[in-house]
Design a protein around this ligand. Sequence first.
Ligand SMILES: Nc1ncnc2c1ncn2[C@@H]1O[C@H](COP(=O)(O)OP(=O)(O)OP(=O)(O)O)[C@@H](O)[C@H]1O
Ligand SMILES: [Mg+2]
Length: 283
Amino acid sequence: MSTDELSVPAALAPGAEAAAGDGAGAERNGEPVVDAREVTRHYLLGRDTVVEALRGVSLTVPPGAFVSIVGPSGSGKSTLLNLLGALDRPTSGSLRFSGRDVADLSDAELAALRNTDIGFVFQQFHLLARTSARDNVALPLVYRGAGRRERQRRATEALDLVGLSHRRDHSPAELSGGEQQRVAIARALVSEPHLLLADEPTGNLDSQTGTEIMELLQDLNARAGVALVVITHDPEVAALAPVQLPIRDGVLDQDRASASALAPAPPASGPADAEPSEGSPPR
Ligand SMILES: Nc1ncnc2c1ncn2[C@@H]1O[C@H](COP(=O)(O)OP(=O)(O)OP(=O)(O)O)[C@@H](O)[C@H]1O
Ligand SMILES: [Mg+2]
């Protein structure tokens, strides 16, 4: 079973409350963009069957990191992505976004945080069919109450980032699969999030186009400094990230999931304050 169908509308459309303002948007304060500690997520199936989709996952994603999470179908990838994307709350454990514990946030504050701080990219591109690339990209700004001129300017800039401003008037049907995914990536970036979550972003693309999309995500991570978490079942896609975390049966490879292992390659300035890890970061 997959939670993708459920997660998409919530990820791409904020709750009504979120449109009112950006009150929960966390400032970039040097805290990990997301920090999960011993997080579990159980689903109740019927009356008394409990599915333990996540069984104690700890993961710290510092600003600007790039990590892939790789595991087979049913291992808990989408469940974890829903938590990392503030779409869902853990059954137990702590989950913090830029230092703010989700347990202290209302649903409206969580929706606002999702709106301002997190961008989502999915296997199905989820573009509006009869809407131009630029208006698709501008959509999250409509929810945030930006004026038309500003929306168009920022959408064009985001399309520029993904190399598609010359296609801004095309509808999705007039774009290739790879181009559609680029539009979806531009839409994820238009709010200037500091965390980009991608669930099987290459799943609907041929391998050459998939590689190009991964290179684009990698480039955006390096250039724009947005932390990037890519979730995939494809080891070749996962291998493109400097840090790969295997997940199996709802358990993440804990040894590699520390802040030090996930810190972005070039230290910004001064010594890293993360504790040294046991063993060297996987590359
Ligand atoms: N809403 C739900 N209710 C009950 N069980 C669920 C629910 N969503 C997911 N599960 C179960 O939780 C486990 C993890 O599911 P999840 O969708 O996170 O896996 P996944 O790694 O994303 O798989 P895939 O690669 O097929 O997308 C599976 O055993 C699944 O059947
Ligand atoms: Mg999934």
